[in-house]
Design a protein around this ligand. Structure first.
Ligand SMILES: [Zn+2]
Length: 109
């Protein structure tokens, strides 16, 4: 997937459309001083159960043998937009799943 290096987008800090550079958000690791600062086990469980269709295995369940699935070939990437005026960053609305991400090419529409 190809993306432009810069894009004009709304900045919630400047409250107007500004030129923003596009980047990929990296996974941040847990620090030794605040190991639970990026979420807890109970919050993770809630996130899994929230807004999910179906009955969450309350009535029927597939045979455990059929649960296994292949590992995914692509990675989920989150875009990070950095405003040129206030130098603040904001994540994109939804992450994208792609094998390779090229930032900097001119995208012809
Ligand atoms: Zn801004």
């Amino acid at each position: 997937m190809k993306l432009p290096k810069e894009t004009r987008r709304y900045c919630p800090y400047c409250k107007k459309r500004t030129t923003q550079s596009v980047g990929v958000a990296k996974q941040k690791s847990r620090s030794a001083t605040h190991p639970m600062s990026r979420g807890s086990a109970s919050r993770e469980k809630l996130r899994r159960l929230r807004d999910k269709p179906g009955n969450l295995g309350r009535r029927s369940r597939k045979a455990p043998k059929s649960w296994k699935r292949k590992t995914k070939a692509t990675k989920r990437m989150t875009l990070l937009y950095t405003c040129k005026e206030c130098k603040k960053s904001k994540q994109g609305k939804s992450s994208i799943r792609t094998a390779r991400l090229e930032i900097g090419d001119k995208v012809a529409k």
